[in-house]
Design a protein around this ligand. Structure first.
Ligand SMILES: [Cu+2]
Length: 333
């Protein structure tokens, strides 16, 4: 989606000079062990092969966004584990459909921003660099001190560090909190922030869906809507999942201007974990209502193979791009 891929070398040099953070990285062996344990926890889950035509000409790939979790970089400092993330605010154009090119403001050159993921109790450090041309910031949902609340604008060319402990476990979000916030979020400055409970949830095919709107003509109404950045993408590219395998869906409503949106799944019911704050579901339904910034974990599996739609039941939102399909595949097919 970009003509300016971000340059980690540049980030390292500039930001570490500017921000002056020091850290001792884990050894390679420790990193390998950690990756192995993360792999083991998913051992019983099989992800179907992804369609080869999934990437769009615009460069953003919602098929990859689905299961792309950024666990950050683990560091040890003074006997404490730090989980460090690097975020750059930038601009780029996104081809929303054959007719509409949209100038996004974004985190790490993608809309939505990266799905940041941690475990409850981790010390989180976010190195934030603003190259976006306007002032931006990062505001995280969850517990933290006032000075880490991310409502102070960071001007173009400046960097800052947000540091706080990951709590409470659940599915949260982050977004730019520079005014007017509707505009900054509407341009693409938002992402999901998942905090896993101390004891991991059961193995599942985990994926992320973020619902958002695009106000193309600046009239404070959305003309287009999308799951994971691109209107109608998952209609054109159904999401392959396996029959009878547990799906854990991290769902966020990030639609500005519309007060609420529902999420409806065809031919099925899902278990609801409100805000991801429970380890047991509180409800079973096939449609759930979310105000802006509300989010839940939904769990389900499909009994029968075939193609099944999902969409908000505000059908004008669905018809303007917020619609997709699960392609349920037989396990032995
Ligand atoms: Cu902003």
């Amino acid at each position: 989606m970009t003509d300016r891929p971000h340059n980690n070398t540049d980030w390292n040099r500039r930001t570490f000079l500017k921000v002056g953070m020091a850290g001792i990285g884990l050894t390679g062996a420790a990193i390998a062990l950690k990756q192995l344990s993360e792999l083991n926890s998913k051992a019983r889950v099989i992800i179907p092969p992804l369609p080869s035509d999934a990437a769009m000409a615009s460069g953003i790939n919602p098929m990859a966004v689905l299961r792309d979790f950024d666990y950050g970089t683990i560091k040890q400092e003074n006997g404490r584990q730090i989980r460090e993330f690097r975020i750059i605010a930038d601009n780029s154009t996104l081809q929303l459909n054959s007719a509409v090119t949209f100038n996004t403001w974004n985190f790490n050159n993608r809309v939505p921003g990266p799905t940041l993921r941690a475990k409850e109790g981790d010390r989180i450090r976010v190195l934030f660099l603003n190259q976006g041309g306007h002032s931006h910031s990062m505001h995280f949902h969850g517990f933290h001190r006032s000075e880490m609340d991310g409502v102070k604008p960071v001007r173009h060319g400046a960097a800052t560090v947000y540091e706080f402990d990951a709590e409470p476990f659940g599915v949260h979000l982050y977004h730019c909190h520079t005014e007017p916030v509707t505009r900054h979020i509407g341009k693409g400055l938002y992402g999901m922030f998942i905090i896993d409970p101390p004891k991991s949830r059961p193995p599942a095919d985990e994926m992320v869906l973020m619902m958002a709107g695009y106000d193309i003509d600046d009239d404070r109404h959305n003309e287009l809507y999308a799951f994971n950045g691109l209107p109608d993408y998952y209609m054109m590219h159904p999401i392959p999942i396996y029959q009878n395998q547990l799906i854990r869906l991290y769902l966020l409503n990030m639609i500005e201007f519309d007060v609420a949106a529902t999420f409806h799944l065809h031919a099925n019911m899902f278990q609801v974990y409100p805000t991801g704050r429970t380890l047991k579901p509180t409800e079973e339904t096939d449609v759930i209502t979310m105000g802006t910034a509300e989010r839940h974990i939904l769990e389900f599996s499909f009994r029968y193979p075939g193609k099944y739609m999902f969409h908000p039941h505000q059908d004008y939102i669905a018809e303007a791009g917020c619609m997709g399909v699960f392609d349920v595949i037989e396990r032995n097919a």
